[in-house]
Design a protein around this ligand. Sequence first.
Ligand SMILES: NC(=O)c1ccc[n+]([C@@H]2O[C@H](COP(=O)([O-])OP(=O)(O)OC[C@H]3O[C@@H](n4cnc5c(N)ncnc54)[C@H](O)[C@@H]3O)[C@@H](O)[C@H]2O)c1
Length: 172
Amino acid sequence: MTLNNLKIGIIGLGYVGLPLAVEFSKYYSTIGFDLNQQRIQQLKAGEDKTCEVSADDLKQAQYLDYSHDLKDLAECNFYIIAVPTPLDKHKNPDLTLLEKASATVGKLLSPNNYVVYESTVYPGATEEICLPILERESQLKFNQDFFVGYSPERINPGDKDHRLIDIVKVRN
Ligand SMILES: NC(=O)c1ccc[n+]([C@@H]2O[C@H](COP(=O)([O-])OP(=O)(O)OC[C@H]3O[C@@H](n4cnc5c(N)ncnc54)[C@H](O)[C@@H]3O)[C@@H](O)[C@H]2O)c1
């Protein structure tokens, strides 16, 4: 895979996933995937009810496709997972949705694909919880057949001064 044939799939189009999808689609072929069909319909109609992306910016994201159909996601070779990781009633992290999203992506993984976790999780969760699911579902080997990264989102919804493109994650 090279940057020329990069096809990005963003899983979970909420406060975090949608701005990412809009931004990446300026440079790379991008599919925004969400299980919530109503969310997909609204986005296709140019409406973001989280108000993180303006109607103008949504309109300009002409190379961004939205889908709730796994078939479309299967065309991707770089997956970014941005599903919710809430706390349960005992204030423990509930990783159920993250596990489900990992299983979904694991089933679609091909050799040389990448998976990046953008959801907020505690240290070690990527390697201890997510990676085994990806390996089990794909029957591929981490760091040999496919690669994984963790890039926790820093966005602060509603803060228009510190948007996705203003927040530096890696300095060189
Ligand atoms: N919102 C914030 O302020 C913020 C800031 C930094 C980090 N985060 C983290 O980012 C992650 C995402 O948070 P958010 O606020 O964007 O969530 P959100 O609730 O706004 O949106 C998540 C979206 O994921 C979809 N979804 C859930 N499971 C799915 C699955 N298996 N496949 C496809 N789509 C699925 C939901 O339908 C929803 O549209 C969380 O881990 C959160 O802690 C959030």
